[in-house]
Ligand binder design. Sequence first.
Ligand code: SF4
Ligand code: SF4
Length: 445
Amino acid sequence: MIGALARSFRHGIHPEGHKEDTEHLSVERMPFVDRYVMPLSQHAGAPSRPLVKVGDQVQRAQVIAEPGGFISTTLHSPVTGTVRALGPGHHPGGKLVDAIEIEADPFSTQRLAVGGAIPWRDLTDDEFVEHVQRAGLVGMGGAAFPTHVKYKVPKGKRVRRLLVNGCECEPYLTADHRTMVERPREVLRGIEILATRLAVEETVIGVELNKADAVEALEREIAERLPDPSVRVVPLKVKYPQGAEKMLVEAVYDIEVPAGGLPLDVEILVNNVGTMAALADCFDHGRPLIERIVTVAGPGIERPANLLVPVGTPVRAVLDHCGGLRPETREVVMGGPMMGMPLASLDVPVLKGTSGLLAFTEAEARLANEYTCIRCGRCGEACPQFLNPSRLSRLARAGRYEEMEEYFATDCMECGSCSFACPSGIPVVQLIRVGKQAIREKKAK
Ligand code: SF4
Ligand code: SF4
């Protein structure tokens, strides 16, 4: 019955969930390895600025890089050890970016020395924002947008509703699911802190119906610890890309965020459940963001798992811990299969925004052959932004980037629903992405 009443947004797609291998697996801690790499650019915005030099001894959770601007964040050492290198390192995105390499001290217990609770109620608004930036918090859902930026509400704006994202609509990923099941107290505590600080009128946690145990855990926690009618869980239909901020706002409130705008324009702030738990860790235990839950799954991995992984751990070490890759593996993707990055090398680190490592065989690879567009319109029916993906992809292929802007290419969130829906195997989103990049570069010039 609840399924019939559940809400959702318009358009979107229904890919197979493939969550059964890990959704019931408790989170286990990844053992420490001997080497960690912390790219200075692992969040949206300016790179962080290093505060250490080669040879420095560092403690676990010590600040090693400061924000490079307001839209930037702090980096902390994931282990106690020694800085071994400072310079270009391979980023999962394929580029070389400056990074800090740390060798773990083999004799350290890696016990976390943290600073204790922070009296968050007594802070000014600016101090609260600074604390969140100092803790290195970024959106845990994948985009890694610095969290404190969202909490700095511009003059003349206000947040009336806090919308907490528990959708995890990407196939295979179960990190957020396990956070809700295993850490509902911290999720609710993060909500209590943020809702109080921003003086919101109500908080909704949007959770898709395929996570019944998460809904139950959160509702139990609300009843026991936060019996407040202004906080509630809203079950949502299972649909992709419901975890995208604008889609979640539409699904829960039936409000459309204006094109080019933000949820803040409709007085809503969206945060992921993992970010809420990290906020509680930050203010209740003085714990910065140095580790995160990563789902390791897909038919190419020997032992699927949900792991608590220190940021900076090499992907190869994580996969080895899970029994390694099966011989038939063809591709490893960081993130979900729809919006994640295929990795060119396994010698890249887990980042703050790494929600999953997925190993795929030939069978899951996208259609190898591309056929001509049959003008079936399925890409348009799938597009949650109501764009015309086939036209945009044709314009991109022809290099007619200026015309793409006239068809609202910049509103494309690169969710990949169009490519998924296309029966001709046309790489629609990849083409649009190229066009958007060309538009951005032209504007930058
Ligand atoms: S055009 Fe963009 S927003 Fe629309 S379905 Fe394709 S990737 Fe998603
Ligand atoms: S779904 Fe593919 S074949 Fe159909 S209109 Fe879109 S691009 Fe063309």
